[in-house]
Design a protein around this ligand. Structure first.
Ligand SMILES: Nc1ncnc2c1ncn2[C@@H]1O[C@H](COP(=O)(O)OP(=O)(O)OP(=O)(O)O)[C@@H](O)[C@H]1O
Ligand SMILES: [Mg+2]
Length: 234
């Protein structure tokens, strides 16, 4: 199977792209390492099993890259990229890893178009607000442009982030607003939790920090849904 490439994109800053990228990278890396380690399953592993997930950080702030460098989470490699180097970097990363994640800057730019053009799945994080609905529409339009350029359909999903732990009406309302505009959504949401802030200091996955906690359960569910969408067997 070709290495799945997932891009985290939004024309709006601060919606949770990097947080989601880090959660997915660390959780999928742990799951993929377990699969690769189990030689008895008959699953053939001919790629670098020490680094099943590779992250490319195309945000000049390098938030994701620096967090991974600090925390050294198991099974996750990372590098930075610019719009000039991104296409080549994605091709290279997909040859040595089982999954590639691209984190982007929160604005519409050339790197976003390139990342979408390479991706099998574009995740558009959004918080439950009208502002985010409008920006998610703009981001989905960039994905549509990339699909037109490359001549192939590109799957894209809005992911609700920082939703309240206790369900509130605004979350349901926001979900309907996205759906009414024809934006497909992940059913899993990334809940607002202190653990997702803590993670930015420690560089450790919530699964390592507190495996029984709510954040760990949240990222496991998120990773399972995303893996299924790109056809990755965990
Ligand atoms: N699920 C969450 N729970 C708690 N805090 C969160 C959550 N998701 C994001 N945050 C916090 O919200 C802020 C913005 O998140 P993040 O940096 O992931 O967004 P971003 O889309 O990558 O931003 P930028 O566009 O600037 O790159 C950060 O302070 C982060 O710690
Ligand atoms: Mg970011």
């Amino acid at each position: 199977m070709a290495t799945p490439i997932i891009a985290l994109a939004s024309t709006k800053g601060g919606v949770g792209k990097t947080t989601l990228a880090f959660c997915l990278a660390t959780t999928l890396a742990r799951r993929l390492s377990n699969v690769s380690d189990d030689r008895n399953t008959g699953i053939s592993v001919d790629r670098d099993t020490d680094m099943p997930v590779f992250c490319l950080d195309a945000d000049p702030n390098q938030t994701l890259f620096q967090t991974i460098r600090r925390g050294k989470p198991q099974g996750v490699g990372a590098d930075v990229a610019t719009s000039d180097t991104l296409l080549e970097a994605v091709t290279e990363a997909s040859q040595r890893s089982q999954m590639v994640l691209i984190d982007l800057e929160g604005s519409s730019n050339q790197a976003m178009l390139y990342a979408c053009g390479k991706a099998n799945l574009v995740l558009i994080p959004a918080q439950p607000s009208m502002f985010d609905v409008v920006e998610a529409m703009k981001t989905a339009a960039v994905v549509a442009r990339a699909a037109d350029l490359t001549g192939r359909p590109i799957d894209c999903r809005v992911v609700l982030t920082r939703t309240p732990v206790l369900r509130q009406r605004v979350t349901e309302h926001s979900r309907r607003q996205f759906e009414q505009r024809g934006l497909a959504m992940l059913s899993t949401e990334l809940v607002e939790r202190a653990a997702f802030r803590m993670m930015t200091y420690t560089g450790k996955s919530p699964l390592e920090d507190d495996p029984e906690g709510g954040a760990a359960g949240n990222v496991e569910a998120m990773a399972a849904e995303v893996a299924a969408l790109v056809g990755l067997k965990l």
